[in-house]
Design a protein around this ligand. Structure first.
Ligand code: NAD
Ligand code: UDP
Ligand code: UDP
Length: 345
């Protein structure tokens, strides 16, 4: 015999309901596309900590629920499996558009889908922003500068991108997304923000996505040779994830006149050889280095000019490479213990 709940059970405590909905009304409703990925999951966490309502939309191509484990129980967090190349009808106040695979291995696996994600995905999110009058931020990239002749790269530099190479699906997709953002502003007066993100690293990078920081750390921790592509003299500037997320939120919260594009990254530049040596030193690894072919169209140097971010947002990164690498090494060390070495490679 099933016992039915008494009518008392369904009675709503009106005072409690009013309190809850008044709190909900004060919070902004923020959509984060690509929120289950590396940067997206850190962003969702920071927004929830800042007492906002977060809707995370992700197709789980390179992201995972595991990245959001700490948020799934929160009544202020919602996770939706959805591909941004299809329309999305929700009601929100702000949109952070991060959906897009970011590592060469993943964005080159299905290059047509990569372009669609940047182009169709941006059109859909801009159409959504237009309908609900939301502020919208695009996660663009330093790759819009391609293999640059200007160094460091300022936002006024138009870039040197190969339109038909293996990296083009990502680079040109992101360039077209920037075009769409500025056309929606000019044509429909949208409140837009475009961040050009430079190489960012930290906990929750994927161990097997081929990016240099995760590759070197996992190789060092498992005693395998550190793979240096080319002669190792090419440079990158690495920003720790917490600094980057702080920059994205400052940009979103800036005045309507600040649209960007605005560089966000750490201007301290390293060669890949220097990075390998630092990782070997910090892990105490016995790994040697192994030279491999340089991938096609691999940029020789990259360093952001962050003058605009300093002036307009009062932002500059505060975590030095050695400190950030230490935290990232601790993350991967723990991951390898839990998953075993094989799972990471
Ligand atoms: P990531 O691969 O960890 O995250 C991307 C997320 O987007 C994943 O969760 C993935 O599942 C999701 N996604 C991909 N295609 C989608 C689609 N069609 N619909 C819905 N979700 C989709 O990468 P990340 O490093 O966190 O990068 C996030 C954003 O920042 C990307 O747009 C990337 O281009 C940009 N960015 C990152 C860096 C960096 O160094 N990490 C540098 C420049 C720009
Ligand atoms: N769109 C969406 N959610 C919305 C509104 C629009 O996904 O809430 C998509 C819709 O698929 C549309 C695209 O955004 O094709 C661009 O919208 P816009 O209004 O700019 O142009 P439309 O194609 O509707 O004329
Ligand atoms: N790289 C390397 N060894 C690796 C992975 C990457 O030497 O195991 C190099 C790569 O050729 C590039 C730099 O490191 O010059 C940064 O590569 P990543 O894919 O992390 O970022 P991106 O090229 O998109 O800046």
């Amino acid at each position: 015999q099933v016992e039915l709940p008494s009518p008392q059970h369904f009675r709503v405590n009106r005072k409690h309901l009013e309190e809850v909905s008044s709190v909900a009304r004060q919070r902004k409703r923020i959509l984060v596309t690509g929120g289950a990925g590396f940067l997206g999951s850190h962003l969702c966490e920071k927004l929830i900590r800042a007492e906002q309502e977060v809707l995370c939309v992700d197709n789980f191509y390179t992201g995972s629920k595991v990245n959001l484990a700490g948020l799934l129980q929160s009544p202020h967090f919602e996770l939706m499996r959805h591909d941004v190349t299809f329309p999305l009808y929700v009601e929100v106040d702000e949109i952070y558009n991060l959906a897009c695979p970011a590592s060469p291995i993943h964005y080159q696996y299905d290059p047509v889908q990569t372009t669609k994600t940047s182009v169709h995905g941006s059109i859909n999110m801009l159409g959504l922003a237009k309908r609900v009058k939301a502020k919208i931020l695009q996660a663009s990239t330093s790759e819009v500068y391609g293999d640059p002749e200007m160094h460091p790269q300022e936002e006024t530099y138009w870039g040197r991108v190969n339109p038909i190479g293996p990296r083009s699906c990502y680079d040109e997709g992101k360039r077209c997304a920037e075009t769409l953002f500025f056309d929606y502003r000019r044509q429909h007066n949208l409140s837009i923000k475009v961040a050009r993100i430079f190489n960012t690293y930290g906990p929750r990078m994927q161990a097997n996505d081929g990016r240099v920081v995760s590759n070197f750390i996992v190789q060092a921790l498992t005693g395998r040779p550190i793979t240096i592509y080319g002669d190792g003299r090419q440079t990158r500037s690495f920003c720790y994830v917490d600094d980057l997320i702080d920059g994205l939120i400052r940009l979103m919260n800036s005045g309507d006149e600040i649209t960007g594009p605005i560089n966000l990254g750490n201007p301290v530049e390293f060669t890949m050889m220097e990075l390998a040596e630092t990782v070997i030193e910090l892990t105490g690894s016995k790994s040697g280095v192994e030279f491999k072919a340089l991938p096609t169209d691999d940029p020789r140097q990259r360093q952001p000019d962050i003058g605009q971010a300093r002036n307009a947002l009062g932002w500059s990164p505060s975590v030095q490479l050695r400190e950030g690498l230490g935290k990232t090494i601790a993350y991967f060390d723990n991951l390898l213990r839990v998953q075993g070495n094989g799972a990471a490679l």
